[in-house]
Ligand binder design. Structure first.
Ligand code: ZN
Length: 155
């Protein structure tokens, strides 16, 4: 459901990290020292200093962890399949019997409604994950693949 956006984000994070790691770390350290002692530095220089390679790397590390944490979010599971989010799986804690019962219930709903059962509003897992991915993707709004990644998973 979010595979294209996840792939897009991981590619951007990898590229950001590769650019940061390729930058001259020694030069960055010198610039940081200068920035610390020069309050008269131009705004552009201060901006560049604040986004030195080490910081860029740690921002990528944080974004990767945020992405992993969002994806690890689970659907609501109950002992009663009628109270379990239709999108729940064994990864959310269902055992094989519960998964089979939920699959049967979802099949009934597909036949009745003619569409794929969605994550309930009361569960909210899919909406939370989607929102987190959209926010993580926002800095890449001018990337040529941004819109495609954002819309690929909407269908
Ligand atoms: Zn759910």
């Amino acid at each position: 459901m979010t595979a294209a956006l996840v792939a897009f984000l991981r590619a951007q994070f990898d590229e950001d990290d590769a650019v940061a790691r390729a930058a001259d770390a020694e030069l960055s350290t010198v610039f940081t020292r200068i920035a610390t002692f020069d309050p008269e530095m131009a705004a552009d220089e201060r901006h560049i200093m604040r986004h030195r390679p080490a910081r860029a790397h740690y921002e990528v590390v944080a974004k990767r962890l945020m992405l992993d944490e969002a994806l690890a979010s689970r659907h609501h599971v109950s002992a009663d399949q009628y109270e379990t989010c239709p999108r729940a799986t064994m990864a959310d804690g269902l055992d094989a019997r519960q998964q089979a019962a939920l699959n049967a219930l979802n099949d009934e709903h597909r036949q009745e409604d003619g569409r794929e059962p969605a994550c309930w509003d009361s569960c909210g897992r899919d909406a939370r994950v989607r929102r987190t991915l959209e926010l993580l993707a926002l800095p890449y709004v001018d990337h040529p693949d941004y819109m495609q990644a954002l819309s690929a998973d909407q269908a």
